[in-house]
Ligand binder design. Structure first.
Ligand SMILES: Nc1nc2c(ncn2[C@@H]2O[C@H](COP(=O)(O)OP(=O)(O)OP(=O)(O)O)[C@@H](O)[C@H]2O)c(=O)[nH]1
Ligand SMILES: [Mg+2]
Length: 478
């Protein structure tokens, strides 16, 4: 891999845009100290690993870094804490100075401009982490985890990212890599010394070794589906016939009046989507247009288009809440209408929950007999809020049911999953070769292929273009 130059000094505001209690400017590179020190008047000189309190001097009053600039008596702009991390014991492994000042955009911008005039370069998004990666302080899965941790919007996402930052994915892959290297070495020895009477491995032992290497990789890929749920969340679609109360339930679950509710069937036309969370999992809840067959002469173009959108949303949702107006059912013989049965059938086994709404219009006895007829259904009233807690718990339980055991490493990124899949494909091909007794030279091609996929996973052999793409998704200052 090409080692990018770290001989220049980069700078960025590390705190988010806007005003705050503290704003941090981060300078990293060989000139970090030299660039930062002139604007700092500290109680004691910068020392590795120490935070120093002191004044931040107004750069405009300083002898300008360009010799033609005006020189005047320095004014104090702020009181700050400056921390110095000496190379290689810093995040980037370069010299790093972090100046924590009051979080004023004007102040931060002034100091940033000063460091730029002093020879620092504005950091690209993710460049600090990229330097940490290139210095070998993080592998690629951990570097990606830095971004995921910053972007986490639920605690579950943060926990998963933190585990990856701690090297969980690399650790899970390490035994497979070790086994493969051992196998490759044994086979290569067999080839190299073919004439020297070195005992070559038989097919059964090779197959066994390949299987041992594949097992932890397979376990990782099985976590991907759930890892994605943690990272990206799930889509829950509210479907049902017009007037079942979908928009009312939508508003209730979100806790605010987002969707228009009227007594007229066909109120909702466009899809409405809002994010909330259930048991730490982000959920995109989608309110849809009521599903009904429209006679040709009954052309409401907007409603027809809405129904089409509903069908495609229902077809893609992780989970469908099929809402049914309980008050419109036959009280003695409650049964699903053909439209509702058709919707359920269209799901093809994907998770769905039948929800009977408007139970405030039913007597307790009627509610009980409805629940007895549909033991799996949840009974709610969007009007009174009855049954909503049970509905939330039901959704939470359904999501939790997909979850692997608590201590497993979750693979969340498509890139990581693709690399592991590729390694597994190479191993499958090697196993088929071994079973078919192909020459070991051919087997070795597949085994090296698997190893190189695992190297790509951790970034030890990733091409620069791929690295650029990954780090460009970071925020500036990280
Ligand atoms: N009594 C009672 N009325 C409800 C309940 N939920 C909804 N309603 C009423 O049912 C009517 C339809 O509600 P909406 O939420 O607009 O129904 P929808 O399914 O979104 O309807 P469309 O958008 O037309 O498909 C409104 O008059 C609501 O006030 C409930 O739990 N109990
Ligand atoms: Mg509606």
């Amino acid at each position: 891999m090409d080692l990018a130059a770290t001989d220049d000094t980069i700078v960025a505001i590390a705190t988010p845009p806007g005003r705050g209690g503290i704003g941090v400017l981060r300078v990293s590179g060989p000139e970090a100290r030299a660039i930062a020190e002139p604007i700092l008047r500290l109680a004691a000189p910068l020392a590795a690993g120490r935070a120093r309190f002191g004044d931040l001097l107004d750069p405009s009053g300083l002898p300008s870094p360009s010799p033609t600039g005006p020189a005047a008596k320095p004014r104090v702009l702020d009181q700050v804490v400056a921390t110095y991390f000496a190379a290689p014991h810093s995040y980037t492994a370069d010299d790093v100075v972090e100046i924590s000042m009051h979080g004023s955009p004007v102040l931060l911008e002034t100091v940033l401009q000063y460091t730029l005039r002093g020879g620092a370069r504005l950091a690209r998004p993710g460049e600090f982490t990229e330097r940490a990666f290139r210095a070998g302080r993080l592998d690629l899965t951990a570097a990606e985890a830095v971004r995921d941790l910053i972007e986490a919007s639920t605690l579950a996402q943060a926990r998963t990212a933190a585990a990856q930052l701690g090297g969980a994915v690399s650790r899970a892959v390490a035994p497979a890599k070790r086994d493969l290297v051992t196998l490759v070495a044994a086979l290569e020895a067999g080839i190299d010394f073919a004439e020297d009477d070195v005992e070559t491995m038989d097919a059964a032992r090779i197959l066994d070794a390949i299987d041992r290497a594949a097992a932890p990789l397979r376990a990782l890929t099985e976590t991907f589906a759930y890892g994605r749920i943690v990272r990206e969340g799930i889509t829950v679609a509210l479907a049902g016939r017009p007037n079942a109360g979908k928009s009312s339930l939508f508003n209730r679950l979100l806790g605010r009046d987002r969707a228009i509710v009227t007594a007229q069937p066909g109120t909702t036309r466009d899809l409405l989507s809002e994010r909330f969370s259930i048991g730490a999992i982000p959920v995109d809840l989608v309110d849809t247009a009521g599903l009904r067959e429209l006679a040709a002469e009954d052309v409401h173009e907007a409603e027809r288009a809405g129904i089409e959108r509903t069908r495609s949303t229902v077809a893609e949702a992780h989970h469908v809440l099929l809402l049914i107006d309980a008050a419109a059912l036959d009280r003695r013989q409650p049964a699903l209408q053909p439209e509702d049965q058709a919707t359920l059938a269209s799901l093809d086994g994907r998770p769905a929950t039948v929800v009977f709404n408007k139970i405030d219009l039913l007597s307790i006895a009627e509610q009980n007999s409805l629940q007895a007829s549909f033991p799996e259904a949840v009974l709610v009233s969007s009007l009174t809020g009855a049954g909503l807690e049970a509905l939330r718990r039901r959704l939470e339980a359904k999501i939790a049911a997909e979850r692997p055991s608590d201590d497993t490493t979750l693979v969340t990124s498509l890139r990581q999953q693709a690399a592991i899949d590729q390694a597994l494909a190479s191993l499958r091909s090697a196993a088929a070769g071994a079973a078919g007794r192909v020459p070991h030279e051919i087997l070795l091609l597949d085994l090296h292929g698997a190893l190189s996929s695992l190297d790509q996973l951790t970034g030890s052999t990733s091409p620069d273009a791929i690295l650029q793409e990954i780090f460009s998704t970071f925020c500036i200052g990280k």
